[in-house]
Design a protein around this ligand. Structure first.
Ligand code: SF4
Length: 713
């Protein structure tokens, strides 16, 4: 038996794992004791990774061979790689010639390795000349990206995991860390044991397991985070807890914000957020008086029609109180997916460019074009996730290539997404699993390799790059994602009459070396790193430029930020309510989120029986008071309805929720609700109901709140 170093493929904590195998099949998994993200620990999901990789199961659930169909309505037939890629390349070339490069689009995934992401980004922006490439990270982290860029000047979390050990106050907002980032939560528990003075404040509409353990819990009403942060800043000003010298020396824009927060009085904020004034005051005092306050936040801030403002308002609070750029302090966005960070580094989204470059900057575009050996890269931002599917639905995007993600379950407003998938002239799905809700829409199915079968790198929440190694061969004819993109690109080059290839890659290392070069001189410079160094010295944080002997644990400790003039910027953040307010016809706020033992649409965790022992079936959670009023008891079926759709769920009483609120876990889709999916089915799980109202800056949809009515079935 051999042990191969990799990382867990589930969440942005990025735990190191050792895959135990005989070279043919995965026999077991254990936490890597040397990995600085987890020091050998694994949560319930990570410790059962091997169970999802059993050979018999692989034969049942994996996409094993390329498949193609001659026309819509026909079943796909087994094909071969060359025929599929050739057919695709011809269709792409013809469509690009006839309708222009923006008539094609790519929807990729934070599950991809950095090398995969890099090749797809270059394929879209460099070879085809469209920025129509977006990622499911749009549903996850794009508000955090926009928040960091607007305030600190770059998409770079300034803190690190060690700050959990050093903090005096941990402010957890919109994150059920105990479920969504369990190994980090263990670290918080350890920090509390080691430092009895450590205070944990949790802000969440739900009394989650994370909230139950808090020293102070603020059960705010959905979407009121900006009012809370502005109110805390108001009190910090009142109580003289802001650091005026730091503000004067290292920031700009405070005067305008100060004017704005003047009206966020304790009475107004307490009423808006549905909390006690005394709790607000205590939170502000603990935050501002502490020697080191660390904020940890996730989808509760990001998945919102004011997600960027929520991120910026929290960072404002850190800047004003100088709770940033020192040990134990900082605004630390926890990444949802295992490699959302890597995708951001290569610029694998519709509004980003390689190496954290700016799409609107002609010099940056010229740098990337020179690096890629192309004449130009397009200036016009591409369509972001929701916009991309809308453009498909409208017939503007005709060919859609979906990679390693399941939009027919995970995107909001499913009726429109499914309409788009039916409308597209060609849908290509590149997937490891044949069982996802999106696969039935595929005209061409490309089998992809997955965890334990792939080699490359990932970056976790604390900017730490880890090597991921393949332990076994992929089953059937599945291939690595970067290989598929490379093979297609070479064919497309021929059909577009390009004389030579700009895709010379024969290994992921070759791709990574090119990506590394694209970071030279940028805030995330990793030119001092190599595969060899990562293997010999273990995972490293960026930046790690040429000549460095280590990465940077914390950013901006010298007081210089990544903005043009080096000063951090306060963003004026007035509070705006959720896009879809409740009304007498739709009186409930519907929230969505993760369970402890499941991941995304369950394509992997759903095949591990023991992961259903925590929660076996989907349900809608309601407060006891609301159930009594409606004569509902546990297990009763209810219709959950709004203008976008209607779904039936069993109801279950929850003491996590205030009256007027409800919650459905995000993991179950149509396979559970209505049997194995087929194109055109109406039942789609919670995302039949969620809203695609977008944050104006980040274009992230408001998955954390929709107004619904709930009636007994
Ligand atoms: Fe995997 Fe996240 Fe659990 Fe670590 S905390 S083992 S990365 S799911």
């Amino acid at each position: 038996m051999t042990e191969t170093k990799a990382t867990c493929c589930y969440c942005g904590v990025g735990c190191g794992v050792l895959i135990q195998s005989d070279g043919q099949q995965v026999l077991g998994v254990r936490g890597d004791p040397d990995h600085p993200a987890n020091f050998g620990r694994l949560c319930s999901k990570g410790s059962t990774l091997h169970l999802s990789a059993q050979p018999l199961l692989q034969q049942q659930v994996r996409a094993l061979y390329p498949e193609m169909r001659s026309s819509r309505g026909q079943a796909r037939q087994r094909s071969d790689w060359d025929s599929c890629l050739d057919s695709m390349a011809r269709r792409f070339a013809d469509t690009i010639r006839e309708h222009g490069p923006d008539s094609v689009g790519f929807y990729v995934s934070g599950q991809l390795l950095t090398e995969d992401y890099y090749v797809f980004n270059k394929l879209a922006k460099g070879l085809i000349g469209t920025n129509n490439i977006d990622s499911n990270s749009r549903l996850c982290m794009s508000s955090a990206v926009a928040g960091y860029k607007q305030t600190l000047g770059a998409d770079a979390p300034p803190a690190c995991y060690e700050d959990i050990d050093l903090a005096q106050v941990i402010f957890i907002v919109g994150s059920n860390t105990a479920y969504a980032h369990p190994i980090l939560y263990r670290r918080i528990e350890d920090a509390r044991k080691n430092n009895p003075e450590l205070k944990v404040i949790v802000v969440d509409p739900r009394r989650t397991d994370t909230a139950r353990e808090a020293d102070l819990f603020l059960a705010i009403l959905p979407g009121t985070d900006v009012a809370l942060f502005n109110g805390m800043l108001h009190l910090c000003l009142w109580e003289d807890l802001v650091d005026t010298a730091y503000i004067a020396a290292h920031t700009e824009g405070f005067a305008e914000l100060k004017q704005t927060v003047r009206s966020y009085t304790p009475a107004f904020v307490a009423q808006t957020c549905g909390i006690q004034e005394a709790d607000l005051l205590l939170a502000a005092r603990w935050f501002g008086q502490s020697k080191a306050t660390l904020s940890l936040y996730c989808q509760g801030l990001n998945q919102s029609s004011s997600g960027t403002a929520k991120n910026a308002a929290l960072i404002n609070l850190h800047l004003a109180t100088h709770q940033i750029a020192k040990p134990g302090a900082g605004p630390f966005s926890l990444t949802g997916q295992p490699n959302a960070m890597g995708g951001r580094e290569v610029g694998g989204m519709a509004n980003l460019m390689s190496g954290h470059r700016d799409l609107a900057n002609p010099e940056h575009r010229a740098e990337v074009a020179a690096l890629w050996g192309v004449d130009a890269v397009p200036a016009l931002p591409g369509k972001t996730a929701v916009e991309l599917f809308e453009a498909v639905r409208q017939g503007q995007i005709k060919l859609l290539w979906i990679v390693c993600t399941n939009p027919a379950q995970s995107m909001p407003e499913q009726n429109l997404i499914r309409e788009a998938l039916n409308k597209a002239e060609l849908v290509i799905v590149q997937e490891a699993y044949s069982s996802t809700a999106t696969v039935p829409y595929a005209d061409i199915l490309l089998p992809a390799s997955t965890w334990a079968e792939k080699s490359g790198t990932v970056t976790n929440s604390e900017r730490r790059i880890s090597r991921v190694n393949a332990a076994i061969a992929a089953p059937g004819e599945a291939r690595a994602d970067w290989q598929i993109a490379t093979a297609f690109a070479r064919k497309l080059e021929k059909y577009l009459d390009k004389p030579s290839t700009i895709f010379p890659y024969e290994s992921p290392e070759q791709v990574w070396n090119e990506h590394r070069e694209s970071t030279r001189g940028r805030d995330l410079d990793i030119t001092g790193l190599s595969y060899q160094l990562l293997e010999q010295q273990g995972p490293q944080q960026w930046p790690y430029p040429t000549g460095a002997s280590s990465g940077k644990q914390r950013l901006y400790q010298d007081g210089v930020f990544a903005t043009a003039n080096g000063r951090a910027k306060f963003v004026n953040t007035p509070y705006l309510p959720v896009a879809e307010t409740v009304d007498p016809r739709h009186p409930f706020s519907l929230n969505t989120g993760r369970l402890r033992d499941q991941w995304h649409g369950m394509s992997r965790t759903g095949s591990v029986a023991q992961l259903f022992s925590h929660v076996a079936e989907p349900s809608i959670n309601m407060a006891a008071q609301d159930m009594q009023r409606r004569f509902l008891k546990n297990g009763d079926l209810v219709h959950v309805t709004n203008k976008r759709g209607s779904q039936i769920f069993a109801v279950s009483e929850s003491d996590e929720l205030r009256p007027g609120q409800s919650f459905i876990a995000m993991h179950w889709g149509e396979e559970y609700v209505s049997g194995r999916g087929h194109a055109g089915t109406a039942s789609t799980g919670v995302n039949a109901l969620t809203s695609s109202a977008l944050d104006p800056s980040s274009k992230q949809p408001e998955l954390k709140h929709a107004a619904v009515k709930i009636l007994k079935a």
